[in-house]
Design a protein around this ligand. Sequence first.
Ligand SMILES: Cc1ncc(COP(=O)(O)O)c(C=O)c1O
Length: 405
Amino acid sequence: MTSARTQPAIPIAARVHRFTYAIRNVVAEAQRVEAAGTRVRYLNIGDPVAFGFKTPPHLVAAVDRALRDGHNNYGPSAGIPAAREAVAAEYTANGFPMTADRVFITAGTSEGIELTLSAVVDEGGEVLVPMPTYPLYTAVLAKLDAKAKYYRLDPSRGWMPDLDHLKSLVTPATRALVVIDPNNPTGAVYSTETRRALLAFADEHGLLILADEVYGDLGFEGAIEPYGRLDPDAAIISFSSLSKAYLAPGWRTGWMAVGRSPRLDDVLAAVRKLADGRLCSTVPMQYAIAPALTGDRSHQPAFRNALKARAELTIGRLCAMPGVTCVAPTAAFYAMPRVALPPGRTDEHYVKALLHATGVLCVHGSGFGLPAEEGFLRIVFLAPLEELTEIYDLMEQFTAQYLSC
Ligand SMILES: Cc1ncc(COP(=O)(O)O)c(C=O)c1O
């Protein structure tokens, strides 16, 4: 006989209260709006496949073949050799010399980041994270009982990092610097000068650089070089995946590449140890990595052009709305407009009011770490141009009303 009715609920761990993931959290509210009969336009999550972009057929065929050929066993914890070799060759060709034994195949960029932060940050350790940030970093740090120290990205300078602010945040507990470039949520690509300054800063303070380069192939004018090219001997770990530029986010397949610096050898060993603990990442999908990196990439210029056209429409429409400003993105599929909120209002209030009035779902800037009163929000502009036009019509009407009262 259980005591289900008499005993209190099973308690949950304190870390769950520290853990937030705004991109997904807003969905519950949207589902309520949908259940009440309003069509919801989900502009909250950066999934190109959800907006009709197709996974390249030769990658689907590679996974299909792997499944049929019986590659349904556990694989090596660092990944299958063919995938690791293809990743190493790709970085080397792009100027960041890499060997396969320093590559891990992971469940997306996300798992690589979690493995790395787990390997280098103790409880109470600090990591420099951009503000606004992609929320994965703060979520993982919350789980580790470590601290995100936010360095400002500056919208008045095209969302470049504020280096003086960054420098002011270093303490003896600082372990790593997170750089997301090309950036989510701003769509910015950092200048070479800024990249060099970030590398010099990390070197001066003995910090590991986590270079999140998941949008590296999605610069509107072409692929963006990896950080490791600027200094192959820096303490850099680069992360990427099949999710964005290869249009397969649901496969949860990515990689991390550990720079050749001997200063990284202990981190490499620590990640290897932790990676053993999760056995391996999904094996059949790993068979798509070599075909992705060494095969036909003709979908990428087409995808980049589609993104550029959407970005142009987005910026044109947003900047024409009274009370709205926006820095033009130069990569990926995000824009971070700012609404000049009346005093006392928050970004979340605006985003929820927009959702309820129009069904348009965006994510409030405070979900990425920005102060709520600054009025930022993130738009994913992957929808077709005609739909984006309808969405911006709705937003324009709503915003005019919202700001007038
Ligand atoms: C900056 C950034 N890093 C990591 C991720 C996670 O990507 P993956 O699907 O490779 O885990 C995303 C996904 O949106 C992202 O925008």
